[in-house]
Design a protein around this ligand. Sequence first.
Ligand code: ZN
Length: 249
Amino acid sequence: MQLSLSTWQDVESYLEHSTGIIVPIGSMEQHGPTGLIGTDSICPETIAKRVGDDNGVLIGPTFNVGCAQHHLGFPGSMTLRPSTMIAAMCDWTASLSRHGFDKIYWLNGHGGNIATINAAFVEYYAQRSLESVPAKQPAITMKLQNWWDFKTVLDTAKRMHPVGEGMHATASEVAVTYAAYPDQVRDMVLEPKIAPTGSFTDAYDYRKKFPDGRIGSDPTQATIENGQELITVTAQAVASDFEAFINTP
Ligand SMILES: [Zn+2]
């Protein structure tokens, strides 16, 4: 069940039996020569939609531009400043809260978002704590979950790509996008086969150190079949984790 494909009456009925929602959150940034710019948004969105279809969970719109300043050296990459992202996340949360949602599960697709998502949670909680009159809206509990961060998913990725999974433009995330959009599979030889690794600061530094955009990965291993399996394994993990989340006071 997707929020964007629901009517207000559908949402009103949903709220009678559940006040939890999954919101995919990602990024719009280069993913090397074979990876799509929307990869970090497409992955959590695709997995969340599967959870929604299989389990009747409401899936919010995808927060699809995140913190990606370090990728701005590559055409097409977009970023929010952390302060903008925090403000937008707080407004999304307050909107959902106004209707009675009190459990928001942010399914994340981008490592560079983690610090800012956690800061947004604190910003939201601080706003409530600082109000001298108790707020009329229900208290909210939020959870950040990276889609790749379940043991079953890590084990699956390791079995599929024991070498060259990498840190950015990973074989697994590219596989998930190929499963979601089979007509977008890119077939090319990458040199070097496995990209360099290391740290970085800003967009200039990043482009100098990682000239084709990848970090530590060989995404040419990505296949539609592997992506389909990763979506299934991750959706199962998310469904049970979400269930536990909404049942924890
Ligand atoms: Zn990514």
